[in-house]
Ligand binder design. Structure first.
Ligand SMILES: *Cc1c(COP(=O)(O)O)cnc(C)c1O
Length: 393
């Protein structure tokens, strides 16, 4: 495993027994015995690492772990979720191609679609993925791929993913699903016609808000190879330490998902009963705009995200975040602790008020990523926030 050298004379201590926990392997370079052995490695006759940018053990373990959740053989771990998005869009498209995207994609994915791809001669269109007919109408002869998120951010709308998968297959468009929000616990895109699945492992999969990682897998090994080569060339390498932490997070993903989903459902029902709350969005609630589709696509799973709107706009939003101080006001998701995001001042601040209104995002609108707190404690904190809102109206 590690041979002694002049500068590192001890190698690894001998042990007849083996470690139970995965070792952290920060080595950038891997030594081979002979040039012949290196030939064997490069030509696929022997398995072996060479240089960490091209792959390392901790990254491969995370790749296998996410693949097991997604029900595929393997995948590629990258330095961030955006690295995965960029590796797919920029690795697979060339000038003259067209890319279709959901109109409520993650903010940086939208930026890539609106600014960076057009700069490189790749045209893009953004469409509402709850409207399959509009989606099909936006496909052009040169459309190479479509990037879709099943549950939208922050309004938790459900894409018509079954229809979209059928359309993409019929029209020869690669379907790429960013499954970060939805997670494989609620939806496995490869079982529903996706060609490529990607994740921000940073969020629910790693789950502790202490690593930045991404993952991508393509059904076609040739496409996977193109993505891999582009990612290695452009240096999208993940840190071994982040991967080591993420392996630990992945081990509890199922349990965390179940618990946070259960609490999210309770929180949504609690919020819906409050006089100062004008709207609650949660996929399994009867008042969700895509309830039937949520049932068909997510099979009764609602996930850990809840969105709601307070009466009274920005001043209520300020009162709420001040009084609900048991939850972090921080624009992320998937941490063990509940986080509260205010899209109008963060993810959606670049939009005009009219643009936000069209999406249903007002100054009183919040998105909650529910964590692992005891449900009663969490509801108590929200109650304190709502009492402050009520007092200020
Ligand atoms: C966070 C996120 C990303 C980007 O992931 P990073 O790890 O932050 O680069 C992409 N897509 C979705 C849906 C996300 O929530």
């Amino acid at each position: 495993m590690m041979k002694p050298t002049l500068m590192r004379p001890y190698g690894m201590p001998q042990s007849a027994s083996t470690a139970v926990v995965t070792p952290l392997m920060p080595s950038v370079v891997y030594a081979s015995d002979t040039p012949d052995q290196l030939d064997d490695q490069y030509e696929g006759r022997a398995q072996g690492y060479t240089y960490a940018r091209e792959g390392h053990p901790n990254a491969d373990i995370v790749a296998k772990g996410v693949a097991a959740l997604e029900g595929c053989e393997t995948g590629l771990t990258l330095g961030s979720g955006m690295a995965a998005v960029a590796a797919v869009l920029m690795g697979l498209c060339k000038a003259g191609d067209h890319v279709l995207g959901g109109d409520q994609l993650y903010g940086r994915s939208l930026r890539l679609m609106k600014e960076d791809l057009p700069r490189l001669g790749i045209t893009t269109s953004l469409v509402d993925p709850t409207d399959a007919a509009a989606f099909e109408a936006a496909i052009k002869p040169e459309t190479r791929l479509a990037l879709v998120e099943v549950v939208s951010n922050p309004t938790l709308r459900i894409a018509d993913i079954h229809a979209i998968a059928e359309i993409c297959q019929r029209r020869g468009v690669l379907l790429v699903v960013d499954n970060t929000f939805t997670t494989p616990a609620a939806f496995k895109p490869f079982e529903h016609g996706a060609d490529i699945v990607l994740h921000s492992v940073t969020k629910l999969l790693a789950g502790h808000a202490d690593v930045t990682l991404g993952w991508v897998a393509a059904k076609d090994p040739e496409i996977q190879k193109i993505i891999y080569t582009f990612a290695v060339t452009t240096g999208m390498t993940p840190s071994p330490f982040d991967c080591w932490l993420a392996e630990r997070g992945l081990a509890t993903f199922d349990l965390r998902f179940e618990r946070t989903q259960e609490t999210a459902r309770k929180l949504a029902d609690f919020l819906a009963d409050q006089d100062v709350v004008t709207r609650v969005l949660y996929p399994t609630r009867d008042d969700h705009p895509d309830r039937a589709r949520a049932q068909a696509v997510l099979q009764g799973m609602g996930g850990n995200m809840v969105s709601f709107e307070l009466k009274g706009g920005r001043s209520s939003a300020n009162a709420f975040t001040t009084a609900a101080n048991g939850v972090a006001f921080a624009p992320t998701l998937g941490d063990i602790g509940t986080t509260l995001s205010h899209p109008a001042s963060s993810s959606h601040r670049a939009l005009t008020p009219e643009g936000r209104a069209a999406l249903g995002i007002s100054e009183g609108f919040f998105r909650v990523s529910v964590g692992l707190e005891k449900p009663d404690d969490l509801i108590g904190t929200f109650q304190a926030g709502l009492n402050a809102v009520r007092a200020g109206l």
